[in-house]
Design a protein around this ligand. Sequence first.
Ligand SMILES: Nc1ncnc2c1ncn2[C@@H]1O[C@H](COP(=O)(O)OP(=O)(O)OP(=O)(O)O)[C@@H](O)[C@H]1O
Ligand SMILES: [Mg+2]
Length: 340
Amino acid sequence: MSPPELVPEPLTGRPLAELGLVEVSGRRRGAPLVRVHGLSEDPAYLRALQEGVSAAAPAGSAIEVRAADAERRQAAARALKAHHRSPGALGSTTRVYLVGSGKGGVGKSTVTANVAAALAADGQRVAVLDADVWGYSQPALFGVRQPPVAVPGLMLPVRSQGVRLMSIGFFVDDSEPVLWRGPMLHKALEQFLADVYWGADLDVLLVDLPPGTGDVLLTLAGLLPDAGMVVVTTPQTAARSVAARVGRMAARGSLTVTGVVENMSGSVFGSGGGAALAEELGVPLLAKIPLDEGVCRAGDRGTPAVLGPASAAVEALKALAVSLPAPRRSLVGRSLPLFT
Ligand SMILES: Nc1ncnc2c1ncn2[C@@H]1O[C@H](COP(=O)(O)OP(=O)(O)OP(=O)(O)O)[C@@H](O)[C@H]1O
Ligand SMILES: [Mg+2]
């Protein structure tokens, strides 16, 4: 059993002591006293913290859990920033994937959520950045809708099913349209990377893109030069337009394509779209995910299908998650060995 100081703070995974959120000192009515300070005021959060500390503290300890005051939050923020990775640093150990497509509704968000949940269930440290600012869907796919906790200068991702989530949907009302374009959009995406505590230990960051190859893809490809793009298509999609654009970006060195995922395979509409697109781009076809009512229903329920009963689609999604090739590192901004 680990002592209470080492219990991870639930939103960041960092030990409580490292964030200055625990005091094991003094006694109350003869029992050891453990004082714990939480970063959120949410009752469920405080309960989870209480349970975690109770399990680790010596039997019979008195445990007092409360929300941290401003000074403690400031100190916790400072400690977190020591571990914090800016976009430039994300590439060193974290594998980053941009999940995109030529057209809408092909299953990018569904594939992203399921791959993330499968990797988390597999013990990896995973985050999802919902970069579909106009049509965000990760909050619904994970069944969470709560504003992220912030400490001074840093936002903490919402955690669901072991996945760290950040989405504009956590901040705005569904009825409120997000109208960002151009510089505003760039700034917002930059902040989602720089001002969010993704965690220095992150294994995989999946970025759910809006449909098409517009501003968001361009911005993120620039901010995350080591990311690999995973292109999702349906079997029947005529792949020409996305292939052309993505291919041009890749040829210029501004984008690395990891592979293609064919989703809704076996549907009555056609077949072969995934293989054709993969061939055009000169990248592997990573998976063919069958059309499956369970996948759709799980999305509506807010629990990714890979966490539910087995099916051919669930197996294909799990296999995709564990077999995703590491993105090729780009040469952007690096000096070539030739000149060193
Ligand atoms: N393999 C599948 N089997 C059945 N339904 C699926 C499958 N994949 C996705 N869907 C359903 O298709 C719809 C569109 O999926 P999703 O929202 O993931 O697509 P998207 O590409 O992210 O769309 P957008 O371009 O609007 O962001 C959803 O209702 C989803 O549940
Ligand atoms: Mg989507």
